[in-house]
Write a new protein. Structure first.
Length: 157
């Protein structure tokens, strides 16, 4: 009986160690720096619209930055796994607006919402749902990520 208990205890300990492996394998969750070399510097004044919309270098930088920093919650290639919102849908409604002035205003509003969210994070009832990235990413990195998300929205349509 003692041997059975020892085997059971050893199995439980080994099993619990095995179950903890995926958490350890998740890797470093510290935000990774984003190299924005080659993008037009934006200066200290925060832009109210994405200045890199359609910029191929921003798209490349944004894809890398997103997949290193945002994908663990928002999903690989911006396809959500259910933990956080699907960011391909962020400005989807703007794309179908026929009136050009209203369309521009819609994208500007969405850009503002995105920038406010990424800079300040999301906190509800004291719980942090998304950490603030201001001071971690520069403005160029944030807009590069938005450029990537816009490309993912276009690919989804």
């Amino acid at each position: 009986m003692k041997n059975t208990f020892r085997i059971l205890a050893a199995t439980l300990i080994a099993g619990s160690a095995f179950l903890s492996l995926p958490a350890a394998a998740h890797g470093n969750v510290v935000p990774q720096s984003v190299d924005t070399t080659g993008l037009t510097p934006l200066g200290d004044k925060w832009q109210d619209q994405n200045p890199y919309r359609g910029n191929k270098l921003a798209l490349k930088i944004g894809a890398s930055a997103y997949n290193q920093n945002c994908a663990r919650c928002h999903g690989l290639e911006a396809v959500t796994g259910g933990i956080a919102p699907d960011l391909r849908l962020l400005d989807r409604d703007c794309a179908d607006v026929k009136n050009e002035n209203k369309k521009k205003a819609c994208f500007k509003d969405t850009d503002n919402y995105f920038l406010t969210s990424i800079r300040n994070g999301k906190v509800r009832n004291g719980a942090v749902y998304m950490p603030p990235f201001e001071g971690v990413f520069n403005q160029e990195a944030m807009w590069a990520i938005k450029t990537y998300l816009e490309a993912r929205r276009d690919a989804n349509n």
